[in-house]
Write a protein that binds this ligand. Structure first.
Ligand SMILES: [Zn+2]
Length: 982
């Protein structure tokens, strides 16, 4: 699965898919025609000075469409719905609502102080995995969705093996109504009682007599609701033609929502085969994991039977029913690849198709294992909580993660699409063919896929320079989160479904991928590859623990992989390696003393004596980019001799920024890098690594913020996208911190001076033949400048925005976001309304995202309030709402308003959002506050308003707020003095 992030700077050059100029006239004509209409409409509106049309609908709320349970009684005390046997043999139960779960889980604690107790995790919840006395072997699942009443009928016939004598069968089910439950063995047994537990999300089917061990067939008829929560089998709204609304039925089961669609043993290790059939209206497309085996007309309906799946986990089962077009190609390893798009948009699937058909043979060759299924479909889903989901053979995506409109898709989005396709297809092996035994090992899926997406797409699109981007996009984010006391180890014990959602986070994905990158470097590509082949072959169609992977890699590399890697996956955090030096006796080199200790975000001494096995590489100015020393730091401290180092030479520890640790140099050692930064002989990965390491030291209070401001001045002539991306992270973070002071203007001046040369160099216009990374850099630089309110830049942006809306000169997609924000900050109500208008006339989801996330750049509190109301309106899909609200929280004023709005609308927000979307929202809204009072406010709010599954993110936010407060207190006077002196 890929989870959508708020700040995505990934960009990509429009390459092979972009048609030659002369073939693009159709697009251009069509675009010009549309823009002419838009222009006329706009001028009409502006002339009339009327905003009524534009604001229409902003205030209308999204209806939750919730349904009331059908029958039976709900007993709140034991938290379960008990349904007695009705009429002889038919057990009937009731659909319950997920919200009961939140009632039943109380007693969470949050901590507002920084001391060690913040490490304490949420209280243990009683949770048990399913009993092991019954095993599923095969499911015959039939679903009949009704897209008018938003319900579905289902029946499932499960071949099971009773392993030990029992008089009850326990499996997972949630929000389902059982109509019949019977068991066929030697004779047919009807259940005496079915108990549905909302707390445990189980159905317990009881029988009057003991069942002897042996094979049985469990038959259950059931019903459910096609909910609007983006979980289980749910409904997703789309439009046909101009305005006609229609619904698709789609599935999203990971982590534990297959049980909302059909009764099943919903644990990753309980694999089985599936025969799936879908009965749907005949005008609709019906897809599942496997190709269609047969279709049977039934009046206005068609029953599609799909071929039997291989043995697989329930969370990977999928179905999609709706109206779609598709493009198709067969990859050169013989797999039929289709990209399904909304009707009339099939050309927008071509880029993903191109990527997918290249990615499949790449993985086949890399793993030396063929893709196991005969087909793969990639399909867009209009309402989708994640970014994409790797269901075996039927990968689902939100539109902006799959569709490319050559005229309106930015390089950022395009690259992101390539990576997401690479990620989900990696899962077809890593996750689907071999699956983690339990969610504790989720990182095996996500860390690996996050590593492989870079490996694969970097190979296919070398001009993206993806491994350098990886450091900004993944590595640094993981280090930041992992320095908190409320972080968690990569291998984290999880039980309840709500806890599982919490760990789809930077640690599982980004730290997982980062430590694998470090391991890849440590054992080398050839052994890494062999180890993967061994692991995947040995465990295919099975389940694994983290140790199984280490064993395979150790076997092929003959290196102590398990011993090394366990220190990185079993304990949270990472080390800071302190470097001090003295000349060697012969005067020819230096002796470095390397000391490791746990890096803490607040600079405090770690509570425990942590120790890592740290692969250490060292390069010097004489040997770039070769590593002159390669060693393993196993102890607290060690001396290393670096030969042939002159008095002016720099010594770079961790060249390539590959090791997952921070490096702390003495000021003298740091000083030696300055000339190499200025003349760029230090490689980009090291230039950016230096800035980020120093910034981490600043935040932790080991050095003053002024030091990083001074160091950045050496980067005025910098031209590399990735280095600027890292600098941009630092500048943005400081902007948010200094937003709480009265000298933000001075800081903006500082930023302008720093960015001036690169701004002049790149300008606003794309140059013929410029590199892709430069195209991305322009968007990045303009995006940073959008926030500094410089008169000249604002004037330029306003003019370009005006030209864009009147079609005089359409903005390239790559700079639209920056231009929208700058123009909005420079303007006011009219520009806000114009943006809303652009939002309403585009049918490209990516453009809608771009516009809606620009609204939060407004300065006027009235407009920010409007942006928040707009986010909650039915004009914004629930999948996007969170990010529109979060965009308001970027500025200081906006963050106060967004947080207040969140509190005021808690009932609606907590009803509409849960899991990782709610986690992301809480993080983005709160983590930039910088006072103890706000930490208390956030803590108190969540003490009184339970948000199951968000406990960890609240702890992390509270901790971050307190860190910000301490940082501001510590350094603000020095920063003020420094900024006013330059
Ligand atoms: Zn994934």
């Amino acid at each position: 699965m890929v989870v959508v992030q708020m700040y995505n700077k990934k960009e990509v050059r429009s390459r092979d898919i972009t048609e030659p100029r002369n073939k693009r006239t159709d697009h251009i004509n069509k675009r010009n025609f549309l823009m002419a209409i838009l222009s006329r409409l706009l001028s009409h509106i502006v002339k009339k000075n009327s905003v009524a049309l534009l604001t229409q609908g902003i205030l209308s709320k999204n209806s939750s469409g919730s349904k009331v349970p059908l029958a039976a009684y709900y007993d709140p005390t034991p938290r379960r719905t008990v349904v007695r046997r009705l009429l002889q043999s038919v057990a009937v139960s009731v659909g319950r609502r997920a919200v009961y779960r939140s009632i039943s889980e109380g007693g969470k604690r949050f901590y507002s102080q920084l001391p060690e107790r913040i490490v304490k995790m949420p209280e243990e919840k009683s949770f048990q995995r399913l009993p092991e006395n019954v095993k599923p072997k095969h499911y015959q699942l039939s679903l009949v969705p009704d897209l008018k009443s938003f319900t579905f009928q289902g029946s499932v016939s499960i071949q099971i093996e009773v392993v030990e004598p029992t008089d009850e069968i326990v499996l997972n089910a949630l929000d389902l109504t059982f109509d019949k439950a019977e068991l066929k063995g030697d004779k047919v047994l009807t259940s005496s009682e079915v108990q549905l537990s909302s707390k445990c999300e189980t159905a317990t089917i009881k029988f009057a007599s003991m069942l002897a061990p042996g094979p049985y067939e469990l038959n259950i008829d059931f019903q459910g609701e096609l909910n609007d929560k983006m979980k289980g089998l749910y409904r997703s709204k789309y439009t046909i033609g101009d305005d006609q609304e229609a619904y698709a039925a789609v599935t999203q089961f990971e982590a534990t929502d297959a049980r909302r669609c059909f009764p099943c043993w919903d644990e990753p290790a309980l694999k089985a085969t599936f025969d799936i059939s879908l009965t749907v209206p005949k005008h609709l497309v019906a897809l599942s994991n496997m190709p269609i085996k047969s279709s049977t007309p039934l009046g206005d309906l068609v029953k599609y039977d799909f071929e039997k799946t291989p043995i697989m986990s329930t969370y990977l089962v999928a179905a999609v029913i709706g109206e779609y077009d598709y493009v198709e190609e067969t990859s050169n390893d013989g797999v039929v690849v289709r990209v399904y798009t909304p009707k009339g948009k099939k050309e927008q699937g071509l880029f993903a198709l191109e990527v997918a058909t290249k990615v499949l043979p790449y993985y086949k060759e890399y793993f030396d294992i063929a893709y196991p299924l005969p087909k793969i479909d990639l399909i867009t889903v209009a309402d989708f909580s994640a970014g994409a989901m790797e269901n075996w053979g039927l990968v689902t995506y939100r539109e902006s993660c799959l569709l490319v409109d050559p005229e309106n898709t930015s390089a950022v989005t395009k690259q992101c699409i390539a990576l997401v396709v690479g990620h989900e297809l990696a899962h077809q092996w890593f996750g689907n063919l071999v699956t983690m035994e339990w969610w504790t090992h989720l990182w095996l899926n996500e860390g690996y896929a996050s590593f492989l997406e870079f490996l694969c797409i970097n190979h296919l699109f070398p001009e993206y320079d993806l491994w350098t981007q990886f450091v900004n996009e993944s590595y640094i984010k993981a280090l930041e989160l992992d320095s908190l006391k409320s972080s968690h180890p990569i291998e984290v014990p999880v039980d309840n479904p709500s806890e599982i959602d919490e760990i789809f986070d930077e640690i599982s994905y980004n730290k997982g991928a980062s430590v694998l990158r470090m391991l890849h470097h440590y054992i080398g590509d050839a052994d890494f590859r062999k180890g993967m082949h061994l692991y995947l072959t040995r465990h295919q169609y099975g389940n694994t623990f983290t140790e199984d992977l280490w064993a395979a890699l150790e076997e092929v590399s003959n290196k102590p992989v398990k011993q090394v890697m366990s220190t990185w996956t079993k304990q949270m955090g990472f080390p800071v390696v302190k470097v001090t030096s003295q000349p060697t006796e012969d005067g020819n080199g230096v002796s470095l003393t390397l000391t490791q200790s746990k890096f803490t975000a607040d600079g405090s001494k770690p509570a425990e004596d942590y120790l890592w096995m740290v692969p250490i590489g060292i390069s010097t100015s004489k040997d770039l980019p070769e590593e002159v020393v390669n060693t393993m730091l196993k102890t607290k401290s060690a001396d290393v001799v670096v030969p042939n180092v002159g008095p002016d030479d720099f010594i770079k520890v961790n060249p390539g920024t590959i090791g997952f640790y921070r490096t702390q140099y003495t000021p003298e050692l740091l000083e030696k890098f300055i000339p190499a930064i200025k003349n760029k002989t230090l490689p980009p990965l090291d230039r950016l690594g230096l800035v980020d390491d120093l910034f981490a030291m600043v935040k932790a209070g080991h050095t003053n913020t002024v030091e990083v401001l001074k160091l950045l001045e050496a980067y005025k002539d910098e031209r590399d996208y990735n280095v600027w991306s890292s600098i941009g992270n630092v500048l943005g973070r400081l902007s948010q911190l200094l937003g709480h002071t009265d000298f933000l203007k001075d800081y903006n001046k500082y930023q302008k001076v720093l960015l001036e040369k690169i701004y002049i160099r790149l300008g606003w216009k794309v140059r013929n033949g410029e590199t892709h990374l430069n195209t991305m850099l322009r968007g990045l630089v303009l995006g940073r400048l959008a926030w500094i309110d410089d008169e000249k830049i604002m004037k330029e942006a306003k003019q370009r925005f005006r030209n864009h809306v009147t079609c005089e000169e359409v903005l390239p997609a790559d700079i639209r976001s920056a231009c929208y924000k700058t123009a909005l900050r420079a303007g006011g109500s009219t520009d806000f309304e114009t943006l809303l208008f652009l939002y309403r006339v585009t049918d490209l989801n990516e453009e809608k995202e771009r516009i809606s996330r620009a609204l939060g750049a407004a300065k006027d509190p009235y407009l920010l309030e409007k942006a928040l109301m707009f986010a909650m309106s039915d004009e914004v899909r629930s999948q996007d709402t969170v990010f529109v609200i979060a965009a308001v929280a970027i500025s200081t004023k906006g963050s106060e308003m967004a947080w207040q709005f969140f509190k005021d609308h808690w009932d609606e927000i907590s009803e509409r959002f849960s899991g990782y979307l709610l986690n992301r929202l809480i993080k983005y809204l709160t983590e930039n506050f910088a006072s103890e009072a706000m930490a208390k406010d956030v803590e108190e709010f969540f003490t009184h308003h339970k948000a199951p599954g968000c406990e960890r993110i609240v702890q992390q936010s509270v901790e971050t707020i307190l860190l910000n407060a301490a940082w501001l207190k510590r350094d603000s006077e020095d920063i003020r003095k420094y900024l006013s002196s330059i």
